[in-house]
Write a protein that binds this ligand. Structure first.
Ligand code: AMP
Length: 286
């Protein structure tokens, strides 16, 4: 696997493959790679002739007081992991290569779907994500780009961006990879102390119990309130715990035919997010 750091070198490699008629699948990341990222690489392998990954800790998607400076940067280990999982090319630009034009710059805002949930707690976050993803896609020009369902709102924002801006690249979602206790794998899990790590799996358990109760007909508000309280008792500081329509994150008060429960909570200094999609057979709010 080759690593390139500049747009010029990326274009040389990609143009070469395109002349040979190869299709390209793309996996954007912020690095510090784990099994969740490698599941995306594996899925990318099965979808295209060539796989390109990027590692870029994007400053514009971090808010003030967030962990941009301390975000774990482990490029050498990432290179080894990507090579082991069949990635063909790593693009690891620096900030100067990525934002190479004068400020103020054009940016992408995806209305409504960016607004609530994480968008409300992290103002500007999804504008940063959407803008860097469209820049990366314009640079790599892949046939498809793969994203984890773990960041469900992000996936919905990017799907809406792709639809609204007529992106030729297909946006593909990949199921969440979890630890054995259900905790969604994340680079931020390493901020957890050993004691916090022991309770962190409760987040997924809460989603599972809540989804089950709603499916069994319990009132949505009541099921959510019960789980919120349990999480608080375990030491989580819950930012949101909400039921939304799965296909577009529209607000709903009773289950849609396909719904998603989304949660964000702080545990110690780690901010954890997770979600669970489920189908509802009976009468539903579509
Ligand atoms: P990040 O490096 O955190 O920006 O993540 C890069 C990509 O990997 C995003 O599309 C994430 O949604 C995805 N991802 C992160 N963690 C997981 C996981 N546990 N399972 C599946 N995909 C994940």
């Amino acid at each position: 696997m080759d690593t390139v750091h500049t747009l010029a070198d990326l274009r040389t490699a990609v143009d070469h493959w395109k002349r040979q008629g190869h299709s390209i699948a793309f996996v954007p990341t912020m690095g510090n790679l784990h099994a969740g990222h490698f599941a995306l690489i594996k899925a990318a392998r099965s979808r295209a002739d060539r796989v390109v990954a990027s590692v870029f800790v994007n400053p514009t998607q971090f808010g003030e007081g967030e962990d941009f400076e301390s975000y774990p940067r482990t490029l050498e280990a990432d290179q080894r992991g990507l090579a082991d999982h069949g990635c063909d090319l790593l693009y690891a630009p620096d900030v100067q290569d990525m934002y190479n034009t004068a400020a103020p710059r054009a940016a992408v805002h995806v209305p409504v779907v960016s607004d609530g949930l994480c968008g409300e707690r992290r103002p500007g976050h999804f504008d940063g994500v959407a803008t860097v993803v469209i820049k990366l896609i314009n640079r790599v020009t892949p046939d498809c780009a793969l994203f984890g369902e773990k960041d469900y709102q992000q996936l919905m924002v990017l799907r809406k961006m792709a639809a609204d801006l007529d992106l030729a690249t297909e946006i593909v979602g990949i199921p969440t990879v979890r630890e054995s206790d259900g905790l969604a794998m994340s680079s931020r899990n390493q901020y957890l102390s050993p004691a916090e790590r022991r309770v962190a799996g409760q987040l997924h358990a809460a989603l599972e119990r809540c989804a089950l109760k709603i499916k069994q007909g319990e009132q949505v508000e009541k099921s959510i309130e019960t789980e919120r309280k349990k999480l608080s008792k375990s030491g989580f500081r819950v930012e949101y715990f909400e039921l939304r329509r799965a296909r577009d994150l529209a607000e709903i008060s009773s289950p849609a035919s396909e719904s998603v429960l989304l949660v964000a909570a702080k545990l110690g200094s780690a901010r954890l997010i997770d979600n669970m999609r489920f189908r509802h057979e009976g009468p539903s709010q579509n």
